[in-house]
Design a protein around this ligand. Structure first.
Ligand code: AMP
Length: 388
């Protein structure tokens, strides 16, 4: 194995959102320098990085120049073209690898990989053109979910299909909003809960795990995470084993989030993989000895993994742009709740549905942590003592 990349070196981050910001903050604490690359200026990552390169992902000259000035490149955003990653790989190591990135960029590739390795997934079928809908519906059954195969996140580009007649309309709408390209039809999973497990895997093959945690969504966007999930120990153990096996099968070096459905009869079904820190792991910053972001840094740099032990139950609530509708949220009110921590990502425009920040609360129990974090978030829209 190559020598570790040590403090003082420059870490390159592809993408410039909040995940890169939280990684950059850890990297700077540990004495690294940080350069970020994305098309955006004054970005969440750029605001806390040493250097913010603003260029398109397909500007390969700019990409090569960026790669020549960093010791390693990692990413916080998986929808980077593979030609970009290949151009970087000629100059600097990319962790996780281009192969892992390629697989996770496309739902059909991801689901096919999982199914081929025997991991549990909901029945699915490719939909490349309208004529594929009939065989896909026959294979998958109803109700189903039609999703774009690539470049979809936070539930953008997905539609529930209840009857065969709805399917062509869903496909047409998907194409109107997101352009042509492949889609995937998946069976709808009537889940009891959504869980996630985060694995950090080193180049040596060593792994550490976080979770499972329980995730609740609103409008297909993560709303809250409860850590740990309140599930039976056998379910927790099975989720951890599944995530470890997937990380090994992928041969990933880095952080991998495995999103799972827990069915009403207590089976686990893999929904999605993300080969990077994940929104459902933000609680690790305050609640764990080593955060998911520090693990990303350690795995990218070839350092030993950190101890992931969770020191205290925690809950996280996302802060979406909608909270700004009536003006600036009441930060002081939220911060008056015990053991509540505020994270804001430095985004200037608060659009509805946009992730602007999050709150994490710690407590003696996960229920109490959830009560605290929801109370703190509700307090954000209380003005001068009146509900807003
Ligand atoms: P995704 O972008 O695929 O992670 O989907 C976002 C959210 O939509 C998930 O976290 C679920 O709440 C819901 N969802 C997606 N796919 C399915 C499915 N096959 N069955 C039930 N719910 C789903």
């Amino acid at each position: 194995m190559s020598a570790p990349i040590l403090p003082g070196a420059t870490i390159g981050i592809l993408g410039s959102g909040q995940l890169g910001r939280m990684l950059a903050l850890v990297a700077r604490r540990m004495g690294y320098r940080v350069a970020t690359y994305s098309p955006d200026r004054d970005s969440p990552t750029g605001q806390v990085a040493d250097r913010e390169v603003v260029a398109d992902y397909d500007d390969l000259d700019a990409v090569r120049a960026f790669a020549r000035h960093v010791e390693v490149v990692t990413f916080e955003f998986e929808n980077v073209p593979s030609t970009t990653v290949e151009a970087i790989a000629a100059h600097a190591p990319v962790r996780p690898s281009a192969a892992v990135l390629h697989m996770a960029q496309h739902r059909l590739r991801e689901k096919t990989f999982l199914a081929r390795h025997g991991f549990p997934v909901a029945p699915f079928a490719p939909v490349r053109e309208p004529a594929d809908l009939t065989p896909a519906l026959a294979a998958v059954g109803l109700p189903a979910v039609l999703k774009t195969a690539g470049f979809g996140y936070d539930g953008k580009g997905q539609f529930r299909v209840h009857t065969p007649a709805e399917a062509p309309l869903a496909l047409a709408t998907l194409r109107d909003t997101l352009g042509t390209g492949e889609a995937i039809l998946e069976a709808f999973v009537d889940f009891a809960a959504e869980l996630s497990v985060i694995v950090a895997r080193a180049a040596t093959g060593a792994t550490v795990l976080y979770g499972p945690v329980e995730n609740r969504h609103e409008r297909h966007i993560l709303d809250t995470t409860r850590a740990p999930a309140t599930v039976r120990p056998t379910v927790a153990a099975a989720a951890r084993e599944l995530a470890t096996d997937i990380a090994r099968a992928l041969d990933v070096v880095g952080v991998l989030c495995v999103e799972l459905f827990l069915t009403r009869d207590e089976r686990l079904v893999v929904n999605e993989l993300a080969p990077r820190p994940h929104n459902s792991g933000h609680y690790t910053i305050e609640a764990c000895l080593t955060s998911q972001f520090e693990q990303q840094l350690r795995t990218a740099c070839g350092l030993p993994l950190g101890d992931p032990t969770q020191l205290r139950p925690a809950a996280m609530a996302n802060l979406l742009g909608d909270l700004w509708q009536e003006g600036e949220p009441n930060w002081a009110a939220a911060l008056a709740v015990p053991e509540v921590k505020l994270h804001l990502y430095g985004k200037t425009e608060a659009r509805p549905g946009r992730k602007m920040g999050h709150l994490t609360a710690l407590a003696d129990t996960v229920e109490e942590a959830a009560t605290r974090v929801l109370g703190a978030r509700a307090a954000l829209t209380v003005r001068h003592g009146r509900p807003g």
